[in-house]
Each structure stands twice: as C-alpha cells, then as structure tokens.
Design a protein. Structure first.
Length: 234
C-alpha cells in the first residue's frame, strides 16, 4: 500500500519511491523537469461557465510503477452545492520529439489510459474542471484518487468559484486557428482523406467547446467539402 509522507514523497513497503506534486496548467513539464516538492494540493480558481485546468505530476524514482486508473470525486462546497465528477476530465500529457532540439516537448492531451511510470521520468496528469453556470460562488473541495498496481494515493483538489458567469459567446477574438495543410504536415494524413476531414472536424469541435474563438479556420470551404463525405464519416 502507498502512504503519503511529506513534501509529496510517497513510498511503499517494497521500497519503491514515487514523487507527486502539482503544477498550473500553463507550465510545460518536461520528462526531466526538477520536482517541485511541497505542492501537494491542486488549487484552481474559476468563474462560472468556465473550464479551468491544472496538472498532477508523477515520477517513479527507482522502479517502474503501473498506474491502473485515476478517479475524480465530486467537488463539494460549503454552500451545499456540489460539482459532479462528470464535470471533471482527466487526460494524460504526452510528448512529441522536436528534432532540431532533440528533446521531447509536452503537447498532446489524450484521454487517460493505464500506463507504466518509467524511473526518473515525469508523467503529468492534466485535470480539467468545468464549472456550471448555476454553481454557487465559494470554495469547493474534493480529491483525485490515483490507483497503482500496489495501492493508491489521493491528491486534494481545491476550487474557488468566483461570483460571475462567463458568456457562452466570447467577445474577445483569439489568435488560435489551423489550416488543413497542417493536418497533413503534422498528422501524416491527406486533407482530402476521410480521416483528415474527421481530424479537422474534431479540432474545430474542441476549439468551439472551450470558446477559443477560432478566427482563421477555413470553415466555409471545409463545411462544403464535408457534406460530400458525411456518409463516409458516419
């Protein structure tokens, strides 16, 4: 069984060591980044109708450790209102090799799946909470439970909800966007191929769901061509 000690260091009876700490969502955690001891609680702040994220970083010291599952609890407020666990998304941070630097950069955020921690390498978990419009202002508390092959550990999560609501339609444009040739360049899929179209559709859907106000998507030409392959995608 794993036991929480101090400074985010975990150990079990077999002598295996596991480091656990938290980071803001905007920090890039490389495989060899130095651990930040003392950050044992995931702290988030959010308006209503907003997504807010943070990271829980795992690092095996001496031996590989298998991570079987990650489970979020509901976030309970002192005001009697709870934010259900269905509003909490858990993803892995994966890495892409940047060849001209010969270094792996954190970038993809696929859904969680079981994996094995490699010794001396960091593995972040990307935690995203959606705060419903009807949520009451105040502080909410819960936990993220990480299940290992030989035990479990619970990381506290604290969310402060501010007393205002973000509109569904953003009023501020962003600089995010993606051209179809980028799909072909980085994903290795021809843009006219059904899988290339599906990839573009998924990217647009994610961007709109988080209100990133995409400004340079070729939406009109994309949607017109999408009609001709809609049967294939279905």
């Amino acid at each position: 069984m794993l036991f929480l000690l101090v400074f985010g260091i975990l150990a079990n009876a077999l002598g295996e060591e596991l480091l656990v700490w938290t980071e803001p969502s905007c920090i890039k955690i490389f495989k060899d980044s130095e651990p930040k001891m003392g950050r044992s609680r995931l702290i988030l702040q959010s308006a209503r109708n907003e997504y807010e994220s943070g990271q829980i970083v795992l690092r095996a010291e001496d031996k590989p450790i298998k991570v079987k599952d990650v489970i979020a609890s509901p976030l309970k407020g002192q005001n009697g209102y709870s934010i259900g666990k269905e509003n909490i998304q858990i993803r892995l941070v994966e890495y892409v090799l940047v060849r001209h630097e010969n270094r792996y950069y954190p970038d993809p955020l696929p859904p969680f799946h079981p994996f094995e921690l490699k010794p001396k390498e960091n593995q972040p978990l990307f935690i995203t909470v959606y705060v419903p419009k009807e949520a009451k202002a105040g502080r909410y508390n819960g936990e993220i439970m990480i299940l290992f092959e030989n035990g479990e550990v619970k990381v506290p999560i604290s969310l402060e909800v501010w007393d205002f609501v973000l509109p569904d339609k953003p009023s501020c444009e962003t600089a995010f966007g993606l051209w179809e040739d980028s799909i072909e360049k980085f994903e290795g899929v021809k843009r006219e191929h059904p899988r290339g179209k599906l990839c573009m559709r998924n990217i647009i859907g994610v961007s709109l769901s988080i209100a990133s106000a995409p400004t340079i998507f070729p939406l009109i030409s994309y949607l017109l061509r999408l009609i001709s392959i809609s049967t294939t995608l279905a």
